[in-house]
Design a protein around this ligand. Structure first.
Ligand code: ATR
Length: 283
């Protein structure tokens, strides 16, 4: 019998990850002899881990907090998107080489397409936050043809730095930045086709400053990448104003589906994977 091919999520901590359930459900559905595990990897053990990995049954990994940048030195071939984002969430081992990808941003864009029939081409977008998640989403939206992207962040300097970096690297999109000041946002929101929250301020215990959602145009889509709770305070407020909303679970699903497709070369069984996530989140 062929040896089981193994995959894993690398992070520290990893105990709460939903990826094993989602990926193992997909392997089972397609009857693949594969197994997906969780590996808690302290930074101090990373070097020895990657030394051994080429002689193991592992053929791929997802990478999560805090290692999305830490693993970069071990990647032999980096995708264009991962290079622009400056972080990877997916590794694929092939013929003794480690290939690095970032499916977070593309997963987000796929989720908008699949769930909301929403395409980024020529759209104007406001991204709340300027951390790693904002970078991933911004790069993918820009590559998908976004016309303008504005980073709005609590720490203005971070938003400015990011906008300036992408002005140099992704010239087809117009890049801007703002604070989270209510009156500043009131000037920006009327032209936004999409408002997406990438900050942990969307979670129940960590509240975002009040936002002038009433200044968004009626066509706007309000999106939150936070998936616990499914309907964040931001999404609830948007819904009250009769705006369209897009929840965070789709990004988790589609980043996983894209990783699955990189590893197996087969279309991901999306509904099986979504069911696996829902079974855990809504038991
Ligand atoms: P991630 O990888 O999840 O993006 P990160 O890189 O630490 O995490 O970035 C977190 C983002 O959430 C930052 O933009 C942060 O704002 P600052 O740059 O001002 O720190 C933002 N953030 C976190 N909590 C927030 C809150 N309560 N209100 C507003 N922004 C918040």
């Amino acid at each position: 019998m062929m040896k089981k091919v193994k995959y894993a999520i690398l992070g520290d901590p990893v105990s709460h990850s939903l990826s094993p359930a989602m990926q193992n459900a997909a392997f089972k559905k397609l009857k693949l002899n594969c197994k997906y595990e969780k590996i808690r990897l302290p930074l101090t053990q990373m070097k020895s881990f990657f030394k051994k990995v080429l002689n193991s049954n592992y053929q791929g990994f997802n990478v999560t907090i805090p290692h999305k940048e830490n693993v970069l030195p071990y990647v032999d071939v980096l995708s264009l998107e991962a290079k622009l984002i400056g972080a990877v969430n997916t590794l694929h081992i092939q013929e003794g080489k480690i290939f690095g990808y970032n499916t977070d941003g593309a997963g987000y864009v796929h989720s908008l397409l699949h769930e909301k029939k929403w395409a980024a081409r020529n759209k104007k977008i406001v991204i709340l936050g300027s951390g790693g998640a904002a970078r991933g989403i911004a790069v993918a939206l820009s590559l998908a043809g976004a016309k303008e992207i504005i980073f709005a962040n609590r720490t203005l300097a971070k938003a400015k730095k990011l906008a300036q970096e992408f002005r140099r690297k992704l010239k087809k999109t117009k890049w801007n930045f703002s604070s989270l000041d209510y009156n500043e946002l009131r000037k920006i929101f009327p032209k936004a086709d999409l408002l997406v929250n990438t900050t942990s301020g969307g979670m129940e215990n960590n509240t975002l400053a009040p936002l002038p959602l009433g200044s968004l145009p009626s066509r706007a889509l309000v999106s939150d990448i936070v998936y616990r709770p499914a309907k964040t305070p931001l999404l609830k407020a948007a819904q009250k104003l009769k705006l369209k909303i897009h929840a965070g679970l789709g990004m988790l699903l589609h980043q996983g589906a894209l990783a699955f497709e990189i590893w197996t070369g087969k279309p991901a069984p999306l509904s099986t994977m979504r069911q696996a996530l829902n079974r855990i989140l809504n038991p």
